[in-house]
Design a protein around this ligand. Structure first.
Ligand code: PLP
Length: 467
């Protein structure tokens, strides 16, 4: 996707100053945050890992969305990354919000100017107190996929606008939801009849093809199913006016998925405009994945005494894949040159930002941000195979089992990780007493090296660069 046309903070946000500059903690200078204040705040632990959020990326994704899916209003899935600036920016650009809990609703409503009508409570299995709270907050639009939910809604929010979430093929996604959510089509007529009997208003259909969908053709089948449910709605006496095509949009496949959706919508809902059918979606990762990068400091290293110049030295220091030290078989001997030579320990891990490795099936790729204070890493630096570990005392806390890093990398140097915006900071824990990494905001303008520039700004502000 083109990075070229929008990358300067000053040019992107001329109409949005109150969003960013109006906040007391945020100062923009040359498209990068004035880091000195933040640096001062960070002084006691200069090596603390941090995210850099490039809000211009979020803006660019919205431009892509509007270009490819102009008919569909995105309701950003807050669960993916409830960052307040992302929420503000998306709200200012006309997005609605998919919330799954009381707190997410409160968080969205705290951002000034967002109307409760711009929220869908897209959790089909809610606590009754949450339904009651939604009613209190004015959030009327909510999903259901079972009869018990209808009874709860009847009791706690009888004037809700209900959306039936249906089961679709999610076998082509990183995270399938079908085993937990979604009404099979055979159950829908019964559910609609029950809703009618209870006097509830059912206004439309939603589905989710699974998060991180790598086969966009599944959207077509999902739209076909939704059409059938619109017909079921008619038979039950409803006139549906909402089609919610869910989330699952992968950055690299977005234009493809959008084309599939446009074609399927045209095929199955040719009269949508005359019939007043509004189409919305619940994208999450599409908006934030690329916008956040993480900088983590190497806090410890396990290397063979006297350096780690050869990979074979790995056998002395690193038994990751051969936990029981016995005489190696011939096969194992051949494999030994492929073993990590050095283990690096960084200050964020799978209990923190890298929970995406466990929960979101992500594979992360570290790169060097700075080595001994320098940002210039020669491409001819000798390398060795390494492994990268998180800071906790648990051995599951492995960030990268095998990766190639410069042999000269030491404690105090910094590693960078891209695509860290989706399902990362939101699910980070403080296990073992390690804090969740802070976010530093930029509006681009650093030529794609925002993390490095931020690190440089920290250094210039006298924060130091770790050890
Ligand atoms: N909508 C619902 C109901 C979800 O559960 C999720 C993800 O868990 C999303 C939307 C966002 O999905 P994605 O981030 O893949 O776009």
């Amino acid at each position: 996707s083109g990075d070229s046309h929008v990358n300067k903070g000053e040019t992107i946000f001329p109409s949005l100053p109150p969003l960013l500059t109006g906040h007391p903690e945020v100062h923009l200078r040359n498209g990068i945050m004035n880091a000195s204040r933040l640096a001062a705040a960070h002084e006691p632990d200069a090596e603390k890992a941090f995210f850099v959020a490039d809000l211009s990326q979020v803006y660019q994704q919205q431009q892509r969305w509007k270009t490819s899916l102009p008919e569909i209003q995105p309701f950003y899935a807050v669960k993916c990354n409830p960052d307040p600036y992302v929420i503000r920016l998306l709200a200012a650009m006309g997005a609605g919000f998919d919330c799954a809990s009381n707190n997410e609703i409160a968080q969205v409503l705290r951002v000034g100017g967002i109307d409760a009508s711009q929220i869908i409570f897209a959790n089909p299995c809610k606590a009754v107190s949450f339904v009651r709270n939604a009613a209190k907050m004015g959030v009327d639009l909510m999903t259901f996929d079972n009869a018990d939910e209808l009874y709860k809604i009847k009791r706690a929010h009888p004037r809700a606008r209900c959306v039936v979430r249906i089961l679709t093929d999610d076998s082509k996604s990183l995270c399938a939801f079908g085993i937990k959510f979604g009404a099979p089509l055979t159950t829908v007529p019964g559910l609609l009849a029950k809703a009618r009997e209870l006097g509830l208003d059912v206004v439309g259909v939603s589905f989710h093809v699974g998060s991180g969908c790598y086969d966009p053709t599944v959207y077509s089948d999902a739209i076909a199913r939704a059409r059938r449910v619109f017909e079921m709605g008619k038979e039950a006496g409803y006139r549906f006016s909402l089609l919610d095509v869910g989330g699952g949009f992968e950055d690299a496949l977005f234009e493809q998925a959008a084309a599939v959706l446009r074609t399927a919508i045209e095929q199955y809902f040719p009269d949508r405009r005359e019939e007043g059918v509004k189409i919305i979606a619940e994208p999450g990762r599409f908006y934030v994945s690329k916008a956040f990068r993480l900088a983590a400091n190497i806090i410890a290293r396990r290397a063979p005494l006297g350096g780690a110049s050869t990979s074979t030295a790995a056998a002395d220091c690193n038994e990751i894949d051969t936990p029981i030290a016995m005489s190696p078989s011939q096969e194992e001997k051949e494999d030994i040159s492929d073993k990590p030579a050095v283990m690096y320990y960084i200050n964020d891990g799978v209990y923190g930002a890298f929970n995406c490795i466990l929960f979101d099936h992500q594979v992360v790729h570290p790169y060097v941000l700075s080595m001994r204070g320098s940002f210039h890493i020669s491409p001819s630096e000798p390398t060795h195979i390494s492994s990268v570990w998180g800071p906790t005392c648990d051995s599951i806390d492995c960030v990268s089992k095998k990766t190639v890093l410069p042999a000269a990398l030491q404690v105090g140097d910094w590693l960078g990780f891209d695509n860290m915006g989706a399902y990362t900071v939101c699910a980070a824990s403080q296990f073992n007493g390690f804090e969740v990494s802070n976010v530093i905001y930029t509006t681009g303008g650093a030529g794609g090296f925002e993390v490095r520039s931020t690190l440089a700004a920290f250094a210039a502000a006298g924060q130091g660069m770790g050890v």
